[in-house]
Design a protein around this ligand. Structure first.
Ligand code: DC
Length: 223
Protein backbone atom coordinates (compact mmCIF):
# COMPACT_ATOMS: atom_id res chain seq x y z
CA UNK A 1 0.00 0.00 0.00
CA UNK A 2 1.24 3.52 -0.76
CA UNK A 3 2.06 5.66 2.27
CA UNK A 4 -0.67 8.25 2.94
CA UNK A 5 -0.21 11.78 1.61
CA UNK A 6 1.20 13.87 4.49
CA UNK A 7 -1.12 16.45 6.04
CA UNK A 8 -0.44 19.40 8.32
CA UNK A 9 -3.76 20.36 9.96
CA UNK A 10 -3.96 23.94 11.23
CA UNK A 11 -7.08 24.66 13.27
CA UNK A 12 -8.12 27.62 15.37
CA UNK A 13 -10.59 30.49 15.74
CA UNK A 14 -11.14 33.19 13.12
CA UNK A 15 -8.76 36.14 13.04
CA UNK A 16 -5.75 34.36 14.60
CA UNK A 17 -3.77 34.76 11.36
CA UNK A 18 -4.42 31.15 10.39
CA UNK A 19 -5.15 31.91 6.72
CA UNK A 20 -2.01 33.95 6.11
CA UNK A 21 0.20 31.59 8.09
CA UNK A 22 -1.11 28.33 6.60
CA UNK A 23 -0.95 29.64 3.04
CA UNK A 24 2.66 30.71 3.53
CA UNK A 25 3.55 27.38 5.14
CA UNK A 26 2.04 25.52 2.16
CA UNK A 27 4.07 27.72 -0.20
CA UNK A 28 7.30 27.08 1.74
CA UNK A 29 6.74 23.33 1.67
CA UNK A 30 5.53 23.30 -1.95
CA UNK A 31 2.35 21.54 -0.77
CA UNK A 32 -1.31 21.92 -1.69
CA UNK A 33 -3.46 24.20 0.41
CA UNK A 34 -7.03 23.75 1.63
CA UNK A 35 -8.89 26.83 2.88
CA UNK A 36 -11.87 24.95 4.31
CA UNK A 37 -13.46 28.16 5.60
CA UNK A 38 -13.69 29.33 1.97
CA UNK A 39 -15.76 26.23 1.17
CA UNK A 40 -18.23 27.09 3.95
CA UNK A 41 -18.18 30.73 2.81
CA UNK A 42 -18.82 29.78 -0.83
CA UNK A 43 -21.76 27.65 0.25
CA UNK A 44 -23.03 30.59 2.31
CA UNK A 45 -22.92 32.78 -0.82
CA UNK A 46 -24.90 30.18 -2.77
CA UNK A 47 -27.48 30.09 0.06
CA UNK A 48 -27.73 33.89 0.20
CA UNK A 49 -28.08 34.23 -3.59
CA UNK A 50 -30.86 31.66 -3.71
CA UNK A 51 -32.57 33.29 -0.70
CA UNK A 52 -32.63 29.97 1.13
CA UNK A 53 -33.12 30.10 4.90
CA UNK A 54 -29.88 29.28 6.77
CA UNK A 55 -31.67 26.47 8.62
CA UNK A 56 -33.19 24.78 5.53
CA UNK A 57 -30.92 21.77 5.95
CA UNK A 58 -32.13 19.60 3.05
CA UNK A 59 -31.91 22.44 0.51
CA UNK A 60 -28.45 23.45 1.71
CA UNK A 61 -27.20 19.86 1.55
CA UNK A 62 -28.42 19.65 -2.05
CA UNK A 63 -26.50 22.79 -2.98
CA UNK A 64 -23.42 21.56 -1.12
CA UNK A 65 -23.35 18.42 -3.26
CA UNK A 66 -24.09 20.23 -6.52
CA UNK A 67 -21.88 23.31 -6.27
CA UNK A 68 -18.75 23.41 -8.38
CA UNK A 69 -15.84 25.17 -6.74
CA UNK A 70 -12.57 26.17 -8.30
CA UNK A 71 -9.69 27.63 -6.32
CA UNK A 72 -6.81 29.31 -8.04
CA UNK A 73 -3.40 30.00 -6.62
CA UNK A 74 -3.25 33.67 -7.61
CA UNK A 75 -2.29 36.31 -5.05
CA UNK A 76 -4.75 37.10 -3.53
CA UNK A 77 -6.29 33.69 -4.21
CA UNK A 78 -9.49 33.53 -6.22
CA UNK A 79 -12.54 31.30 -5.85
CA UNK A 80 -15.12 30.53 -8.52
CA UNK A 81 -18.54 29.18 -7.60
CA UNK A 82 -20.35 27.53 -10.52
CA UNK A 83 -18.13 29.48 -12.91
CA UNK A 84 -18.64 32.88 -11.24
CA UNK A 85 -15.77 34.64 -9.46
CA UNK A 86 -16.92 35.20 -5.86
CA UNK A 87 -13.50 36.18 -4.44
CA UNK A 88 -14.48 39.70 -3.45
CA UNK A 89 -17.56 38.50 -1.52
CA UNK A 90 -15.84 35.78 0.53
CA UNK A 91 -14.79 38.02 3.41
CA UNK A 92 -18.04 40.00 3.69
CA UNK A 93 -19.49 40.06 7.20
CA UNK A 94 -22.80 38.65 5.92
CA UNK A 95 -20.98 35.75 4.22
CA UNK A 96 -19.07 34.97 7.44
CA UNK A 97 -22.19 35.14 9.60
CA UNK A 98 -24.19 32.78 7.34
CA UNK A 99 -21.17 30.47 6.95
CA UNK A 100 -20.95 30.13 10.72
CA UNK A 101 -24.66 29.26 10.94
CA UNK A 102 -24.71 26.65 8.18
CA UNK A 103 -21.44 25.20 9.50
CA UNK A 104 -23.34 24.21 12.66
CA UNK A 105 -25.56 21.81 10.66
CA UNK A 106 -24.31 18.22 10.80
CA UNK A 107 -25.66 17.04 7.42
CA UNK A 108 -24.11 20.10 5.74
CA UNK A 109 -20.69 19.31 7.25
CA UNK A 110 -21.10 15.72 6.11
CA UNK A 111 -21.91 16.87 2.57
CA UNK A 112 -18.70 18.92 2.42
CA UNK A 113 -16.42 16.23 3.82
CA UNK A 114 -15.36 14.59 0.55
CA UNK A 115 -14.81 17.95 -1.19
CA UNK A 116 -12.25 18.73 1.52
CA UNK A 117 -10.60 15.30 1.49
CA UNK A 118 -10.12 15.56 -2.29
CA UNK A 119 -7.44 18.20 -1.63
CA UNK A 120 -5.19 15.56 -0.10
CA UNK A 121 -2.74 15.06 -2.94
CA UNK A 122 0.98 14.54 -3.25
CA UNK A 123 3.39 15.89 -2.26
CA UNK A 124 1.34 17.01 0.78
CA UNK A 125 -1.44 19.20 2.11
CA UNK A 126 -1.69 22.09 4.54
CA UNK A 127 -5.33 22.20 5.69
CA UNK A 128 -6.70 25.30 7.41
CA UNK A 129 -9.97 25.20 9.37
CA UNK A 130 -11.73 24.32 12.60
CA UNK A 131 -11.94 20.52 12.43
CA UNK A 132 -9.06 19.58 10.14
CA UNK A 133 -7.22 17.60 12.83
CA UNK A 134 -10.31 16.28 14.60
CA UNK A 135 -12.70 15.22 11.80
CA UNK A 136 -11.55 15.80 8.22
CA UNK A 137 -7.97 14.50 8.55
CA UNK A 138 -7.84 12.78 11.95
CA UNK A 139 -4.78 10.85 10.75
CA UNK A 140 -2.85 14.04 9.91
CA UNK A 141 0.83 13.63 10.79
CA UNK A 142 1.03 17.11 12.28
CA UNK A 143 -1.63 19.17 14.03
CA UNK A 144 -1.34 22.79 15.05
CA UNK A 145 -3.84 24.84 17.05
CA UNK A 146 -3.25 28.45 16.10
CA UNK A 147 -4.98 30.99 18.29
CA UNK A 148 -4.81 34.54 19.70
CA UNK A 149 -6.74 36.49 22.31
CA UNK A 150 -10.13 37.86 21.23
CA UNK A 151 -8.89 41.45 21.81
CA UNK A 152 -5.96 40.99 19.43
CA UNK A 153 -8.10 39.22 16.83
CA UNK A 154 -10.69 42.02 16.92
CA UNK A 155 -7.97 44.66 16.56
CA UNK A 156 -6.42 42.89 13.57
CA UNK A 157 -9.78 42.59 11.88
CA UNK A 158 -10.49 46.26 12.66
CA UNK A 159 -7.22 47.39 11.02
CA UNK A 160 -7.79 45.11 8.04
CA UNK A 161 -11.28 46.53 7.38
CA UNK A 162 -10.15 50.12 8.01
CA UNK A 163 -7.43 49.65 5.39
CA UNK A 164 -10.18 48.66 2.98
CA UNK A 165 -11.82 52.00 3.77
CA UNK A 166 -14.76 50.46 5.66
CA UNK A 167 -16.43 52.22 8.55
CA UNK A 168 -16.18 49.72 11.42
CA UNK A 169 -16.52 49.72 15.17
CA UNK A 170 -13.98 47.83 17.29
CA UNK A 171 -16.42 46.90 20.06
CA UNK A 172 -18.95 45.57 17.55
CA UNK A 173 -16.29 43.52 15.79
CA UNK A 174 -15.18 42.06 19.09
CA UNK A 175 -18.67 41.03 20.11
CA UNK A 176 -19.35 39.51 16.65
CA UNK A 177 -16.12 37.51 16.98
CA UNK A 178 -17.18 36.31 20.41
CA UNK A 179 -20.59 35.21 19.13
CA UNK A 180 -18.99 33.34 16.22
CA UNK A 181 -16.36 31.76 18.49
CA UNK A 182 -19.05 30.55 20.85
CA UNK A 183 -21.10 29.09 17.99
CA UNK A 184 -18.02 27.31 16.56
CA UNK A 185 -16.98 25.99 19.99
CA UNK A 186 -20.34 24.93 21.36
CA UNK A 187 -21.91 23.30 18.31
CA UNK A 188 -22.62 19.60 18.61
CA UNK A 189 -21.03 18.78 15.24
CA UNK A 190 -17.25 19.03 14.90
CA UNK A 191 -16.83 21.82 17.45
CA UNK A 192 -13.67 23.92 17.39
CA UNK A 193 -11.36 22.15 19.81
CA UNK A 194 -7.66 21.75 20.27
CA UNK A 195 -7.10 18.15 19.12
CA UNK A 196 -5.10 15.92 21.42
CA UNK A 197 -1.52 15.82 20.21
CA UNK A 198 -1.68 19.23 18.52
CA UNK A 199 0.92 21.92 19.02
CA UNK A 200 -0.45 25.19 20.44
CA UNK A 201 0.78 28.39 18.77
CA UNK A 202 -0.55 31.61 20.28
CA UNK A 203 -0.02 34.49 17.86
CA UNK A 204 -1.16 37.24 20.27
CA UNK A 205 2.45 38.33 20.73
CA UNK A 206 3.90 36.92 17.51
CA UNK A 207 4.40 38.53 14.13
CA UNK A 208 3.44 36.57 11.01
CA UNK A 209 6.99 35.49 9.98
CA UNK A 210 7.61 34.05 13.46
CA UNK A 211 4.30 32.17 13.43
CA UNK A 212 5.20 30.74 10.00
CA UNK A 213 8.60 29.61 11.30
CA UNK A 214 6.97 27.95 14.32
CA UNK A 215 4.58 26.01 12.06
CA UNK A 216 7.40 24.96 9.75
CA UNK A 217 9.37 23.80 12.79
CA UNK A 218 6.50 21.42 13.63
CA UNK A 219 6.84 19.73 10.21
CA UNK A 220 10.52 20.04 9.38
CA UNK A 221 12.00 17.45 11.70
CA UNK A 222 10.12 14.71 9.83
CA UNK A 223 9.16 16.11 6.38
O1 DC B 1 -12.17 30.39 8.75
P1 DC B 1 -13.34 31.20 8.21
O2 DC B 1 -13.63 32.44 9.02
O3 DC B 1 -13.19 31.49 6.75
O4 DC B 1 -14.62 30.24 8.38
C1 DC B 1 -15.92 30.66 8.10
C2 DC B 1 -16.90 29.89 8.95
O5 DC B 1 -16.92 28.52 8.54
C3 DC B 1 -16.59 29.90 10.45
O6 DC B 1 -17.62 30.50 11.19
C4 DC B 1 -16.53 28.47 10.87
C5 DC B 1 -16.85 27.66 9.66
N1 DC B 1 -15.84 26.63 9.42
C6 DC B 1 -16.07 25.40 9.99
O7 DC B 1 -17.05 25.21 10.69
N2 DC B 1 -15.19 24.39 9.78
C7 DC B 1 -14.10 24.59 9.03
N3 DC B 1 -13.25 23.58 8.84
C8 DC B 1 -13.83 25.86 8.47
C9 DC B 1 -14.73 26.87 8.70
Amino acid sequence: MNPPVPVLAIDGPGGAGKGTVSRAVARHLGWHFLDSGAIYRALAIAVIDRTIAPDAVADIVKIAHAMQLRFDTAEPPGVCLDGVDISDRLQDEQTGAIASRIAALGPVRQALLQKQRDFRQLPGLVADGRDMGSVVFPDAEWKVFLTASVEIRAERRYRQLKRKGLDVNLEELRSELEIRDRRDRERAEAPLIQSPGSVLIDTSELDIPTAIQQCLAVVRPLA
